[in-house]
Design a protein around this ligand. Structure first.
Ligand code: HEC
Ligand code: HEC
Ligand code: HEC
Ligand code: HEC
Ligand code: HEC
Ligand code: HEC
Ligand code: HEC
Ligand code: HEC
Ligand code: HEC
Ligand code: HEC
Ligand code: HEC
Ligand code: HEC
Ligand code: HEC
Length: 458
């Protein structure tokens, strides 16, 4: 490592080179050497003269430069025609640096300039005002080659805003794509520990969250809040849920619950949930979080469901199972009251099983189709099917609502106390008996039915 380039310098160079050698041997790969000490520059080294004295002026001077060890990198030119103060061109910087530093192209993903051995594109070989002799500090270094537009959007991610690119990216090489310091989500979890916790603890994680946070968030900056790739409360969802967008836009009976300020997020958690379908609460509780009051608008009135269900204690099967979606399509539908299937909004209707598809999703379709039965329904007098009698008429058949309430009542079999009949609340007057029942509705006088012994109503 010594040179005979300058006789007067050589003794100092030998000393300096030996010091350097000890230095390097005592630290694995030469990587963790102690900070260079400028005072150790030999008095008549190249940097001691005014020719190259500026080479040790900056705050950070490269180890061998600081010790005047120019020859570690600059080999004297051997050519006969050249003067003694001439040096070989440095052909392969990467290889040169690797003589003293550990190789930086051994992992799966190597940063392009490192791969090409262009260490000098980021590090000044001699000195710099920046730590590690970097050619610029923080993100400015990166922007020498990368497009600054990645941080120029309206919202900027915390660590990016402070120029800390290297908290997420390795600069030389790494085992993860995009030079990330860990697999994509693990990088995020390092700081967003609440999300990491939730990922472990909650029952469900939304499919794209499992895949990569970047499916929705730009890691650097974005035009939308939270660096979304589109407005987060709804448009973002529609970038993937095209079918839902279609359902919602074609629904003729629309749910105002979809267009509150939080839009989709009024009901769904975009990341994790303990409830099915990424819901923020138990489904029925969710509905009640808004339907705990009555609404009235130009389109009509909507009853206070919470109050209604607490006042009427005999709850219909699906209500007991807290399954409002069994009958309603929360995202809107083509049917009255956003019902999944047809259900007449009126008191009278000509009989057509199609009208009652909603109830027939779960109940026997032939409920009102046969005049006589001993099986299909308990609403019979002997074998005379009273559902048939009331419902199955070509005109003015009574719809189910004339007697039943779909949610809850205080009577057995969800028979209502009364039913709106134009402006009048028509009483139903039902009483259950051991083998049948009796009714005194606003429609006729008291009639009795008995399944075992057909009652004679005169
Ligand atoms: C760690 C290796 C290394 C050491 C030690 C080193 N140089 Fe260099 N030097 C280079 C490389 C690589 C280049 C060419 C690329 C560049 O500009 O960084 C270079 C370029 C130069 C140049 C021409 C371009 C310029 O930056 O002006 C001069 C002059 C020079 N070095 C002088 C010196 C002197 C004097 C010393 C000792 C005080 C020294 N070098 C020590 C690596 C080194
Ligand atoms: C002759 C051996 C030698 C060569 C060749 C060499 N270095 Fe160094 N490098 C050192 C020594 C010694 C240090 C001092 C370590 C210190 O100051 O802590 C050092 C320090 C550094 C540091 C600062 C490290 C720190 O932890 O502060 C960087 C960056 C660096 N060198 C980059 C390079 C690059 C880039 C090249 C190739 C252009 C190169 N080195 C070539 C010996 C060398
Ligand atoms: C794209 C820019 C870039 C390139 C190219 C680059 N480095 Fe670095 N290097 C850095 C940055 C930035 C740091 C500061 C460390 C950090 O923030 O992780 C650094 C730190 C270092 C260090 C000191 C700390 C450490 O990690 O050991 C050495 C030594 C080093 N680089 C050597 C090299 C060598 C040798 C090459 C060429 C093979 C090279 N660098 C190429 C940007 C670069
Ligand atoms: C000397 C130029 C240069 C500098 C400085 C530089 N890069 Fe790069 N970087 C490149 C090139 C060239 C590529 C390859 C681009 C490509 O493949 O499209 C690249 C690719 C990348 C990639 C993508 C890797 C992949 O697998 O797709 C990341 C991430 C990256 N650089 C981050 C950084 C960061 C962070 C800094 C600052 C610490 C930085 N770069 C500084 C030149 C540079
Ligand atoms: C919070 C972590 C984080 C920070 C901080 C960060 N990045 Fe990234 N960066 C990423 C992730 C994650 C990707 C991969 C994006 C993907 O896969 O879609 C990435 C990708 C890149 C790419 C590859 C091109 C691309 O857009 O896919 C470049 C270049 C890049 N980052 C440069 C930078 C620069 C420069 C900085 C500092 C200004 C920086 N990054 C800060 C996380 C980060
Ligand atoms: C180095 C730590 C760090 C890492 C790593 C990190 N973040 Fe952040 N993130 C922050 C900080 C700090 C904030 C700002 C918090 C605040 O303002 O309350 C933030 C905010 C956010 C926000 C909310 C934006 C806002 O404006 O409040 C989102 C979304 C986010 N990060 C996503 C990510 C994703 C995705 C990743 C992985 C690519 C990630 N973060 C990695 C530190 C980090
Ligand atoms: C399906 C899209 C999507 C994915 C994937 C996603 N997020 Fe989000 N993220 C959102 C939405 C929407 C919000 C806004 C939530 C709100 O306003 O209540 C948000 C908000 C955030 C916030 C800021 C508010 C808060 O909840 O703290 C952070 C931080 C965040 N996300 C981190 C992450 C991380 C980390 C990942 C990956 C594990 C991730 N996100 C994956 C959609 C997503
Ligand atoms: C990057 C694409 C993407 C984005 C953006 C996205 N999702 Fe998803 N979402 C999916 C995928 C993929 C599934 C899984 C579908 C499947 O299993 O059939 C899913 C499933 C769901 C589910 C059903 C979950 C379950 O357990 O069955 C709901 C609810 C949901 N997303 C709501 C949302 C909401 C609300 C948003 C907006 C905040 C959103 N999604 C944004 C891709 C996305
Ligand atoms: C008022 C509450 C509420 C709102 C607001 C809401 N959803 Fe839902 N969403 C639900 C319920 C309840 C389910 C599960 C039962 C069902 O499918 O009706 C669900 C299920 C889903 C599913 C799972 C697939 C499916 O149909 O079963 C997706 C995807 C979905 N919603 C997307 C969205 C999107 C996108 C938005 C915003 C446009 C949104 N939701 C707004 C309550 C809501
Ligand atoms: C974020 C609040 C909110 C949530 C949660 C919510 N709704 Fe609604 N819902 C409304 C509003 C507001 C209306 C409209 C009242 C009006 O017309 O003025 C409405 C109306 C309705 C209507 C009558 C629709 C019509 O126009 O005929 C039904 C049925 C309904 N909601 C069922 C549900 C069900 C089932 C759930 C649970 C899956 C639910 N809602 C959750 C706010 C909500
Ligand atoms: C068995 C089917 C069914 C189930 C389950 C169901 N509904 Fe309904 N819902 C209906 C029918 C039918 C109507 C229309 C009632 C009418 O007009 O008489 C309706 C009407 C409504 C209305 C409008 C109220 C009004 O003023 O007429 C709301 C709000 C409502 N349902 C909310 C809910 C909620 C919340 C749940 C879950 C707790 C739920 N529904 C479960 C069938 C059902
Ligand atoms: C999503 C499935 C579902 C739909 C739709 C449905 N029901 Fe039910 N219904 C049930 C379940 C479950 C029971 C409870 C059966 C039991 O307890 O044995 C029940 C019970 C009943 C009962 C009382 C039976 C008893 O033994 O007390 C009546 C009356 C009834 N439903 C009427 C209707 C009417 C009218 C409709 C249409 C508006 C309807 N149902 C729609 C599931 C449904
Ligand atoms: C005139 C009043 C009335 C009408 C209209 C009516 N029901 Fe009923 N329904 C009853 C009575 C009363 C019972 C109780 C029978 C018993 O258990 O004694 C009953 C019982 C039921 C039951 C429990 C199972 C069974 O059949 O015993 C179901 C389900 C049912 N009705 C569905 C419907 C459907 C669906 C409609 C509309 C197509 C409808 N009902 C129309 C009075 C009516």
């Amino acid at each position: 490592m010594t040179t005979n380039r300058k006789q007067s310098c050589s003794i100092y160079f030998i000393v300096a080179a030996l010091m350097l050698l000890v230095f390097l041997l005592s630290s694995p790969g030469g990587k963790t050497c102690a900070a260079a000490d400028k005072s150790s520059v030999p008095k008549d080294s190249c940097t001691a003269t005014e020719c190259h004295d500026k080479m040790v002026k900056e705050k950070y001077v490269h180890g061998p430069v600081a010790t005047g060890e120019c020859s570690a990198c600059h080999k004297s030119a051997k050519s006969m025609f050249k003067q003694k103060h001439s040096f070989e061109k440095i052909q392969n910087t990467g290889k040169l640096c690797a003589e003293c530093h550990e190789r930086l192209d051994t992992q799966k993903f190597v940063h392009a300039p490192v791969k090409e051995g262009k260490c000098f594109s980021c590090h000044d070989s001699h000195q710099s005002p920046n730590k590690f002799q970097l050619r610029a500090a923080g993100a400015e270094l990166c922007f020498k080659c990368h497009d600054r537009s990645i941080i120029k959007r309206k919202f900027v991610h915390g660590p990016v805003a402070v120029g800390s690119c290297t908290t997420c990216h390795a600069v030389h090489q790494g085992d993860f794509p995009k030079l990330l310091r860990a697999s994509a989500n693990a990088v995020c979890f390092e700081c967003h520990t609440d999300k990491a916790e939730a990922f472990k603890k909650k029952k469900f994680a939304h499919a794209p969250v499992r895949k990569s946070c970047m499916q929705c968030h730009n890691p650097h900056s974005g035009e939308f809040k939270y660096n979304f790739i589109a407005d987060g409360s709804q448009d973002l969802c529609f970038t993937c849920h095209k079918d839902k967008q279609m359902n919602i836009s074609t629904a003729t009976v629309k749910h105002k619950g979809l267009v509150t300020e939080k839009k989709c997020l009024a009901c769904h958690d975009p990341h994790f949930s303990d409830y099915v379908k990424q819901l923020t609460m138990q489904p029925a509780d969710l509905c009640m979080s808004c339907h705990d009051k009555a609404f009235s608008s130009a389109a009509g009135k909507v009853a206070n469901m919470k109050e209604m269900l607490s006042e009427n204690t005999v709850h219909h099967g699906p209500i007991k199972q807290k399954d409002c979606s069994g009958c309603h399509n929360t995202h809107g539908s083509k049917n009255f009251r956003m019902l999944r299937e047809n259900f007449p909004p009126v008191f009278y209707s000509g009989y057509d099983p199609e009208n009652y598809k909603l109830c027939y999703m779960c109940h026997e379709k032939t409920l009102a189709s046969d005049e006589k039965t001993t099986k299909v329904t308990a609403f019979r007098n002997g074998d005379k099917n009273l559902h048939f009698i009331h419902v199955n008429k070509s005109v003015k058949g009574r719809t189910c609502r004339a007697c039943h309430d779909a949610h809850a009542t205080n009577n057995p079999r969800h028979i209502r106390n009364s039913v709106p009949f134009n402006t009048w609340n028509l009483p139903v007057g039902f009483e259950k008996t051991e083998n049948g029942g009796q009714c005194l509705p606003g429609c006729h006088k008291m009639y009795i039915y008995d399944r075992k012994q057909a009652a004679k109503n005169i």
